[in-house]
Write a protein that binds this ligand. Structure first.
Ligand code: FAD
Ligand code: NAP
Ligand code: SF4
Length: 709
């Protein structure tokens, strides 16, 4: 029992078994489910999280039959040989004292293969394929397949299953009128639409036995038109309980919903109110979910009665030792998930195995064993060195802490007064406050691992030679690119550094040159009312909205999210089907043009799972997004463009340059000439395609290379 988080660490008695605490690691597809390695990597991944103390884990979605595959040859549980292979996973988890349930997921019309089936032949907007309408015999056999899958999961050693009934997958497709247009006993009335999931629940309970955890994930807020009403959600949850569920988990939003529900701009705990509406109405435990990423938020949600258990998925990718650290009273050392989706969901959408931006070990536990919480599990060093790391941005922080955790003498230098490099700008963008948490984490990790930090220290070649280091790692990052446009020296031209780090004010009409990640971020900042309100406050605080404002009590959990609900049209009074309302568009504070030279969609290279939300935000705020432009000149009149050959003048007060970056590696050649043992990582190594994911991973790889040099 933890004194700091008594509710989070309270065991949960399920009658036939007890969970050691109230934290569930929610289902995440990692891409390891399909790896042809006898589940070696997946077992190590789950074992690390079991060792880290989470109460119960749920696997990624496993199909009950071929038609239910998410993608061709996806993971499936329908044969005894498949069950046998899964014993590797369950054995590894049990050996570490953990518990694990297998999620049974039938993709229905979301399947990315042409043999997709659904209650009705209605194509999902996000799918290229129209599904086949399921005949009655197929509905019956699918119910049976769910039950067989659950029984096989039990045979494989799982402690339970989760039946995926939300997020717009097959079961959800039966429940909602949006996708169920049937006129037979499986469609039409509410009673008919819930027949399929109820029969699945009963069949699973019957075939898997009484003493087996069965979580049913109910879509409590569809966030699509023609979704369920609240009354239907409540009725359905009661019926699922009566049909034999052990616990009910919360599902929020279909995949086709045009509302971000887990991205970093979603406030913490913004959906706990949905689960709370059911609290007190059922006898079985309720699990809440979405954007819960710290033990403090989890504890508050449990303490205030929003739910009986808290599901966190990505936070356990970011830190397998989340619960162990919380239990030890060391939550400041938790590597917090910043909800960027860059290495988890965006990888999965590209067909790559998931990992984590802040934790490159995630899903690669066999390649990078151990963790910085348990450095003794990392294979021992071959050498002891004195190492200089120049630059305390993400790359330098990662490299320095990895090296120091393995007993190397590490000196970390940065010219700035604080650690973090460009993350100090990223955290200022409204909706990106979570980036602050990465800096908090590294700040404490530097201390724990004993890195000697030298801030306000711009090092020169001479300094480094005088330091007599065995290795010098340059993590000096990047400098903004200055495009070659006539008039670029005009006083109305600012760089993103001037705006974000220099605090220079920006006029009412602004052109942003460059529609990459930073151009979008700057446009979001400049079009946000918060920017106006905080310009003054900023002087003393060194930042715009700060994470200190993250809510610590139930009252302002929803209060802090009010703006988000309004901006995206989420009806917390649940008057309409699906919980939608009309979005309240933020009145534009200034006129902004976001520009790119290339043709095609603006911001094409933004993350698959977040880019669309950024584009929608800017569109709603009246930002003009223009592709295929040529920059002619900048003068007192404004920015002169050629758009499809036509001259256009944007009469702007300021032009903000976000045109990418070049490497900062001025120390490299002098150090090489002085025959120093010099290495280069992060932005300093390669500016093109740089992001923090690569920077942090580079740090780990370089540390490994040095200790095994
Ligand atoms: P940097 O972060 O640039 O750090 C380099 C450090 O070296 C600096 O602190 C600098 O002071 C120091 N330095 C340089 N020369 C010397 C010297 N001679 N002596 C001492 N110190 C020196 N990435 C993402 O992946 N996702 C995002 O959502 C995202 N959002 C962003 C938003 C904004 C507004 C910005 C500006 C960047 C964003 N990035 C994002 C990019 C990300 O921050 C960078 O990719 C990452 O910081 C690069 O890390 P780095 O360690 O290589 O370099
Ligand atoms: P970027 O993504 O490479 O974008 C640079 C933009 O500038 C492009 O739109 C490019 O488009 C334009 N450009 C390039 N050269 C130019 C020139 N000479 N003149 C005029 N325009 C030019 O770089 P960034 O926005 O600076 O971001 C840096 C890194 O941080 C990125 O790699 C990104 O991954 C990361 N980041 C990520 C996020 C995120 O949310 N995931 C957010 C911020 C930053 P055209 O050439 O078509 O004009
Ligand atoms: Fe969280 Fe980003 Fe890591 Fe995904 S990649 S787990 S969203 S920090």
């Amino acid at each position: 029992m933890s004194a700091t988080y008594p509710n989070l660490f309270k065991p949960l008695d399920l009658g036939f078994t007890t969970l050691r605490n109230r934290a569930l690691m929610g289902s995440m597809h990692t891409g390891l489910e399909e790896a042809h390695d006898d589940f070696h990597a997946l077992s190590a991944y789950f074992a690390a999280r079991a060792r880290g103390g989470v109460g119960l884990m749920v696997t990624g979605g496993i199909a009950p039959n071929r038609l239910g595959w998410l993608a061709p040859f996806g993971a499936k549980m329908s044969t005894r040989s498949e069950a046998k292979a899964h014993q590797h996973i369950t054995g590894a988890v049990h050996e570490e004292g953990g518990k694990i349930a297998m999620q049974i997921l039938h993709a229905g019309r979301y399947a990315m293969h042409p043999m997709l089936v659904a209650p009705s032949a209605v194509r999902a907007q996000i799918s290229p394929f129209k599904p086949w309408e399921m005949p009655s015999w197929l509905i019956r056999s699918t119910i049976n397949d769910f039950a067989t899958s659950a029984a096989l999961a039990r045979e494989a050693g799982y402690d339970g299953v989760e039946i995926m009934g939300s997020e717009g997958y097959l079961i959800n497709q039966f429940i909602a009128p949006r996708s169920n247009r049937r006129k037979d006993q499986w469609g039409g009335s509410f009673e008919n639409r819930i027949r399929f999931p109820l029969e699945i629940m009963r069949a699973v309970r019957q075939k898997a036995g009484k003493d087996f955890i069965v979580i049913f994930r109910v879509s409590m807020l569809d966030l699509v038109e023609d979704g369920s009403t609240w009354d239907e959600v409540e009725q359905f949850a009661l019926r699922i309980q009566d049909a034999g569920a052990t616990m009910i988990n919360t599902g929020i939003g279909w995949h086709e919903a045009r509302i971000p529900t887990i991205a970093t701009m979603v406030p913490r705990g913004a959906y706990a109110w949905v689960t709370q509406r059911l609290m007190g109405k059922l006898q079985i435990p309720l699990i809440t979910t979405n954007r819960i990423n710290t033990p403090e938020t989890a504890e508050m949600i449990l303490r205030e009665g929003y739910a009986d258990m808290v599901s966190m998925a990505r936070p356990f990718l970011a830190d397998p030792d989340f619960m162990a650290k919380a239990a030890a009273g060391k939550s400041e050392l938790i590597n917090t998930c910043i909800a960027c989706n860059q290495a988890c969901l965006d990888h999965i959408f590209k067909g790559k195995a998931a990992s984590c931006l802040v934790n490159p070990r995630a899903c690669r536990e066999t390649k990078f064993p151990g963790s910085l919480w348990e450095p003794e599990r990392i294979p021992p060093n071959e050498h002891q060195f004195k190492v200089a790391v120049v630059g305390a941005g993400p790359a330098g922080l990662s490299c320095a802490t990895e090296l120091a955790a393995r007993g190397q003498e590490v000196h970390l230098f940065d010219a700035a007064a604080q650690i973090g490099g460009q993350f100090n700008m990223a955290k200022l963008i409204p909706g990106k406050e979570e980036f602050y948490e990465t800096l908090r984490y590294f700040g404490h990790l530097l201390e724990k691992t004993g890195v000697q930090v030298h801030l306000n220290t711009r090092v020169s070649t001479e300094d480094l030679i005088a330091g007599q280091f065995d290795h010098i790692v340059l993590a000096t990052g990047v400098v903004p690119r200055t495009p070659d446009i006539p008039g670029i020296e005009h006083p109305k031209v600012l760089s993103y550094l001037d705006v974000l780090a220099g605090g220079k004010s920006v006029g009412e009409k602004v052109a942003v040159i460059g529609a990459g990640g930073i151009g979008f971020d700057v446009s979001i900042l400049l079009s946000s009312a918060e920017y106006e309100n905080s310009l003054l406050a900023r002087e003393g605080r060194g930042g715009l909205r700060n994470v200190e404002s993250i809510p610590s009590n139930a009252e302002n959990l929803e209060g802090a999210a009010t703006h988000y609900y309004q901006e995206w049209g989420i009806d917390t009074t649940y008057q309409n089907r699906g919980g939608l309302s009309k979005p309240a568009v933020e009145k534009p504070t200034r006129q902004i043009w976001l520009l790119q030279r290339s043709k095609g969609k603006i911001g094409e290279r933004l993350g698959k799972t977040t880019g669309w939300a950024h584009r929608l935000t800017l569109k709603a705020r009246g930002v003009q997004m223009m592709a295929d432009v040529q920059y002619e000149k900048i003068d007192d009149a404004g920015l002169h463009l050629l758009v499809k050959g036509e001259p256009i003048l944007l009469p702007v007060d300021h032009v903000v340059i976000c045109a990418g970056q070049n490497t900062e590696r001025s120390l490299l050649i002098p150090l090489q000439m002085a025959e120093q043992n010099v290495h280069i990582i992060g932005g300093a190594k390669e500016a093109a395609e740089l992001d923090a994911k690569r920077a942090i991973e580079d740090g780990l790889l370089m540390a490994n290379a040095i200790v095994n040099h």
